[in-house]
Design a protein around this ligand. Sequence first.
Ligand SMILES: [Fe+2]
Ligand SMILES: [Fe+2]
Length: 207
Amino acid sequence: MELNKLLSYIIADNELHAKWLNTLSLMENTGARKISASEDPLTVTYIILKHAAEEHRHAFYLKKQIEKTGEAYCPTYSAEYLLAPAHSRYYLNQLDVDVCKYLKKELGLAGKELRFAAYLLVTYAIEVRADELYPIYQDALENAGSRVNVKSIILEEEGHLEEMLNQLKQFSPDWELHASKAVDFESRLFSNWVGALEESLLFSVGS
Ligand SMILES: [Fe+2]
Ligand SMILES: [Fe+2]
């Protein structure tokens, strides 16, 4: 199923929609915590602090949007309040593992350097995805006349992609090669995640 169809289907059902928002919130929170964990306590920059703060805000904002679905769903990130819970938790962690393996093998990085390079590549790939996914979601919300909106997230994600590009260009002259590798890893994980979402919808229809 195409993503926009999948999303219209989810938005049409308040409980599924609440779980979708909660799932996105979980993934934003995972991303935010990863950025915070990769921060060097001495050399952390304005851009990294801003980025972490905004990703934490996205997690909170999406959680708050759940109120607009009409019922008090999804108090926690426990599996029963998520769509495709296993894949949704696995996606970002696995991307991190794939990128770290690549950086160790190809660039021989370790320790601090590895942490910083992984932050750059993982976050870049996620920002590319966010810049595609949130506008599709926003369109589906508007088509459905939903009160939920993610425009403020779209605006910040666009800024993040630009900031990641600037940081990547400073990181390596071969940044495009490394970045495209990270995007490949991400694309595979994303399509598995969408497949798992579809399955979880079939399951919810059948139950
Ligand atoms: Fe975000
Ligand atoms: Fe972002």
